[in-house]
Design a protein around this ligand. Sequence first.
Ligand code: DSN
Length: 440
Amino acid sequence: MTVSATPFAPWLGADPAVARLLAAEAERQSTTLQLIASENFTSPAVLAATGSVLTNKYAEGYPHRRYYGGNRVIDEVEDLARSRATALFGADHANVQPHAGANANLAVYQALLQPGDTVLAMRLDHGGHLTHGSPASITSKIWRFVSYGVTPASEDGTGEVIDFDQVADVAKREQPKLIVAGSTAYSRVIDPAPFREIAQAVGAMFMFDAAHPAGLIAGGAHPSPVGLADVVTFTTHKTLRGPRGGAILCRADLAKAIDGAVFPGLQGGPLEHVVAAKAVAFGEAGAPEFPRYAAAVVANARALAESMSAEGFRLVSGGTDNHMILVDLRPFDPELTGKEAQEVLDRAGITCNRNTIPDDPRSPFVTSGLRLGTAAETTAGMGPAEMARIASLIGRTLRARSDEEAVAGIRADVRDLCADFPPYPSLVGLDGSQGAAGAG
Ligand code: DSN
């Protein structure tokens, strides 16, 4: 079986080394389970826009205010992406140029804050992101971050949710200029309303980092922060299922500051091929079937959570409301680290990432947890029955982790499961042909 890596793979004949690597990665994505919560399978249309001639064009500036000639078509591309983004989320203004979610966050800080200003954001070891003030991130070197976390774990499974009393207390004590909601490893709904209330009470601005739930918000499965937050940042490649990249939504009165902070404040020329692919993704997320996808992602995460619990795993916060679950491996096996689990699951063809759990006694490089997401395999067509099979495959792998023969057997089962749910059926040629880009 050959798998064509992109609709343009035939042109890679001149570079067999890269062609081989693209095909190998396409094969990996089609024959192993993709459970990384921040990943997805884009449509062939998104792939096509990303691999297009728009990559050739310099377009520093914004539509109709560029520093280079020849941007008539590019202006239309970016206008289309901006208008689709604002329509999709009901926002006044969109900046679609951030190369990544991290850039989007940095640009917002730069637009709204002075160096040294205080920002209140989620603790990294409770699920916050690097750009929420990690000591390793430039953000903590420019601004002063204080943090909130989740409530302690409780026997009845109701703990490990955002501690809004703590958010309010720290906000009152520290008087931040900006409060940030959002996380990379939190499996519950993040309600923007209490954040907004607390921000208003202390006179802070409010930024909602929707990197993970953007697609769930667009699909109506999660509450929208637009209209409550002053600024919303998000990535386009996670639950939103677009190309890798970031974007910012804001009120009209902040548009100039936000745009100036992205370019020339932080970035140079925008990646207009990616902006075109963002436009495609915004169009797809606005289509009538997208809410069904968003609901299915959440239903699959719940089914996976239930089956993982039945396998003997403890779930942080007791379950999920979104596209991910955070697994505490310690009750399953106190000796098993997130690092070892990730590595043996990789050998079994189950791709996921180790993750710290709240108050993890192990380092972020080792961890006691695993993060699993359902956005990608839901795109590939899997449902609750497949989630139960996946939980069983994970349990079998981790129980048999020192038995390489057993792990190889599970790898074969994973391959069989994936064969029924190819992410790019239109790019797979069973007869050695490249296949045709088309329906996904
Ligand atoms: N690395 C992303 C994630 O996996 O959640 C966040 O930037």
